[in-house]
Design a binder for this molecule. Structure first.
Ligand code: NAD
Length: 284
């Protein structure tokens, strides 16, 4: 209580620091995964990008090393395959002997139909194959990575898991956003059911793991971002913006602050929470 300002300042300065902490980011070579990795590198941590071969996680890690003068590696992993995940764990421990942070960020992000006349995303037509594939990456992958990497953290008595959900973990999709003029109702594209199910499931996984590992020193939280502007059609953007109190979509780097907060000691008394960063969309 009587800490001198100098001591207090030093502690505050270190709150968001991640010096030498090894952070696994699934889907780390994707749009937001790359931004998460930059934030980790900026705070002094070591990003480990897990992604499918076609996303070139090795190349993305090399770019990070160059731009941030940090250590970083990329590993080709299919997070829905248990052997692939355990091989990645072994490689990380061989290289760094530790693991401090897991960010469950990968998802299939099922797209709406682009081809007129194909209504595969509508509930009536939604195939079991696509359902299984989406859940396998978004939920099973997050479970497997949490089990494999989280168990190592629990053994060491320290660690952080962050699940990346969405504003659609809290609200139903507004299917009017995706409507195309002149297309009959039953042929309109819709946001696939798996998106809502995966994202809501991640909030449940967060609460389960948070209570399960609270006494083992592993904190588990969730972040629910709103939509990021990424060159979507103007009509979609203006319809979505009208649903957001702040009147705009997020810039791609606007989750970095929240991510650093949740991955660092700045959130040391927080577990089992879902931090909503959505420009206010879910409060309207
Ligand atoms: N972009 C947004 O507007 C937005 C909004 C809210 C939530 N989110 C969530 O943020 C996360 C990142 O989204 P994004 O926009 O960067 O998407 P993205 O498609 O750019 O990135 C997802 C990454 O996951 C990887 N991936 C897919 N299957 C995998 C597997 N089996 N094993 C390993 N990696 C796999 C992909 O290769 C890709 O690099 C997702 O969970 C998404 O649902 C995104």
């Amino acid at each position: 209580m009587n800490a001198s300002p100098v001591v207090a300042d030093k502690k505050l300065e270190q709150l968001f620091g991640l010096t030498d902490r090894v952070a696994v980011i699934t889907g780390g070579a994707g749009l937001l995964g790359t931004k998460h990795a930059e934030a980790i590198a900026f705070a002094g941590g070591i990003p480990v990008l897990l992604d499918l071969p076609e996303a070139q996680p090795g190349k993305k890690a090399e770019m990070l090393c160059r731009n941030f003068r940090c250590k970083a590696i990329g590993i080709e992993v299919d997070i829905s395959d248990e052997n692939s995940v355990t091989r990645a764990r072994d490689q990380i421990f061989n290289q760094y002997s530790t693991l401090d942070i897991l960010i469950n960020n990968a998802a299939n992000n099922p797209k709406m139909e682009a081809t007129p006349g194909k209504q595969w995303s509508r509930l009536e037509n939604f195939s079991l194959e696509i359902w299984d594939a989406d859940l396998r990456v978004g939920l099973t992958g997050a479970f497997l990575c949490s089990r494999v990497f989280g168990s190592e953290m629990a053994k060491r008595g320290r660690g952080v898991i962050l699940n990346v959900a969405s504003d659609l973990a809290l609200i139903g999709p507004d299917q009017r956003l995706y409507r195309k003029p002149g297309v009959p109702d039953l042929e309109q594209p819709v946001k696939p059911v798996t998106y809502s199910v995966v994202k809501s499931g991640l909030v449940g996984l967060t609460r389960y793991l948070a209570t399960y590992w609270a006494h083992a020193g592993v904190r588990v939280n969730c972040i629910s971002p709103g939509g990021v502007y990424n060159g979507q059609p103007d009509e979609f953007v203006s319809k979505l913006q009208a649903l957001i109190p702040m009147g705009r979509m997020a810039h791609v780097d606007e989750y970095q602050g929240a991510l650093l907060f949740l991955c660092s000691d700045a959130s040391s008394y927080m577990t089992g929470s879902n931090l909503v960063v959505d420009g206010g969309r879910t409060c309207w």
